[in-house]
Design a protein around this ligand. Structure first.
Ligand code: NAD
Length: 462
């Protein structure tokens, strides 16, 4: 049951304290500089190795997970509206298919790199195993600032990506989905291109499609809902009272917005929100629906992406994204990009609970600092698994040719998320592990058992 929102609507408030304009590219350059010194893929491998060894996973299994099954890099030629041709670099990584076809989103972003795609694909491998889904992990990306493209250029780029990757992507092999700056419409274009190439109807080739093109009901808010369910489970175990619990959300996109909306509907106090241009803070908390509505209205009519920042929309104190991370709130939800909490700013984090919607928002050296402080982190591989879970439901419905109701989707998502949370939380309690460590141990155990079932060195040398 949802409780009435404790927050008054700030709709129509004047635009105060406009922040200095920061382009997404500027922010990304800062972030890339950060990631270049600490390679995000190396960081992901270190985590798997350390957590795996601590959980007693065999070296044979861990060695296998140190390498991607396959990694494709392609040049994507796109005819621009002015008649010229631009070449974009695209990647698709099938990291590990032990548990099933590889599954993972496609990111359109200037900060995409080969290392990032591999790290994200490795995390998808872990995530699908934590949630108990019959999928391995994959990921894709294109180095592009999609906000600089017209809608028709964006469509051509999306189709070019599918043309380049159609040899590795297929309903029983590798199934993409949306990620940062890709959406249902883009998934629809890609599906259409795949069907044109293969001369088949193949809705199960991609998930997160528009509902009318075979998408699942409930996929749009699944990632945020999964994070919301995890926060509820956390609150139940830590005796947090929603009306007294303050929440800061970095990133107001698909994941961040829906998590903030559902948390507010359940009575939590959303006191800070940000997007790529900066953040807003109000100790009285925000009305999330109003902010979303105004942000939608301010969208350029033909634009695919919002052109305005939340900073320009409501009465607030403006804060930077770094300031948001350091707020004295109960729950911090990083829901934008990876690598935002490093050893350099981990000491400034005050929130006792972090729920990771973004993939890899906390680098492993920062994890150690936060763990020492006693911060409880619900890791990405668990907290954002709602998206891939409903993607799995979409794939199943496409293969069955049968549609589920929204209630069925919500009920089944609730079952998957709460049982995954309980298994991981209980293991953490039993073994005295961090929640992240317990999530990795659960996933690696499942992947390890599947690899063992095919025969490892111990079996063959008998
Ligand atoms: P999105 O494109 O819908 O939204 C991204 C949001 O982040 C936008 O509000 C954008 O303004 C903001 N942003 C971008 N750069 C930023 C910066 N430097 N600082 C602060 N905010 C910034 O993306 P999404 O789908 O919500 O994905 C967000 C994160 O969640 C990503 O890390 C993604 O990998 C992860 N995730 C998403 C899904 C999903 O189903 N959408 C599933 C699992 C994980």
């Amino acid at each position: 049951m949802s409780l009435a929102s404790p927050c008054a609507s700030h709709r129509g408030s004047s635009l105060q304290n406009e922040p200095e304009f920061l382009s997404i590219v500027q922010i990304l350059e800062d972030q890339q500089a950060n990631l270049m010194t600490t390679d995000v893929f190396d960081d992901a491998l270190v985590r798997v190795r350390n957590y795996g060894e601590a959980a007693g996973i065999s070296s044979e299994v861990l060695d296998l997970l140190m390498h991607a099954n396959s990694l494709v890099q392609a040049s994507l030629p796109v005819r621009m509206d002015d008649g010229s041709t631009k070449y974009f670099t695209g990647y698709r990584c099938r990291y590990n298919s032990t548990l099933g076809p590889t599954k993972g989103g496609i990111r359109f972003h200037p900060g995409v790199s080969m290392a990032e795609v591999q790290a994200l694909a490795l995390w998808m491998t872990i995530k699908c195993a934590v949630a108990g889904l019959p999928f391995g992990g994959g990921k894709g990306g294109v180095i592009v600032d999609p906000k600089a493209l017209s809608p028709m250029e964006l469509e051509r780029l999306s189709r070019a990506y599918m043309r380049a990757m159609a040899d590795v992507i297929a309903p029983q092999t590798d199934i993409p989905a949306p990620d940062v700056y890709t959406n249902a419409r883009i998934m629809g274009w890609m599906m259409d291109e795949y069907e044109a190439i293969t001369r088949t109807k193949a809705p199960a080739v991609i998930t997160g499609k528009p509902v009318r093109l075979g998408g699942s009901l409930g996929r749009d808010d699944a990632t945020g809902r999964g994070a919301f369910l995890c926060t509820q489970e956390l609150a139940r175990r830590r005796h947090l009272i929603p009306a007294e619990t303050t929440v800061a959300v970095q990133g107001f996109g698909n994941g961040g917005y829906h998590a903030a909306r559902l948390l507010q509907e359940a009575g939590y106090r959303i006191v800070a929100i940000s997007d790529s241009r900066g953040g807003i803070y109000s100790p009285d908390c925000f009305d999330v629906a109003s902010i979303f509505e105004i942000k939608q209205q301010s969208r350029r009519v033909q634009g695919v992406y919002c052109d305005q920042s939340v900073c320009e929309l409501v009465a607030h104190e403006t804060i930077s994204n770094d300031e948001l991370l350091a707020l004295d709130v109960d729950v911090l939800i990083p829901a934008a990009l990876g690598g935002v909490i490093t050893k350099h700013n981990a000491g400034t984090i005050k929130a006792p609970y972090i729920v990771e919607i973004a993939n890899g928002p906390i680098m492993s050296d920062a994890d150690a600092i936060l763990e020492k402080k006693g911060t409880i982190i619900i890791p990405d591989v668990l907290a954002n698994a709602g998206g891939v879970t409903v993607s799995y439901f979409e794939w199943v419905q496409n293969l069955q040719g049968y549609k589920w109701s929204l209630n069925q989707v919500h009920e089944r998502l609730g079952d998957v998320m709460t049982s995954a949370f309980s298994e991981v939380w209980d293991l953490a309690g039993e073994k005295g592990l961090s929640v992240r460590n317990a999530a990795y141990a659960t996933a690696l155990q499942r992947i390890g058992e599947a690899i063992d079932a095919q025969g490892t060195r111990d079996y063959f040398r008998q």
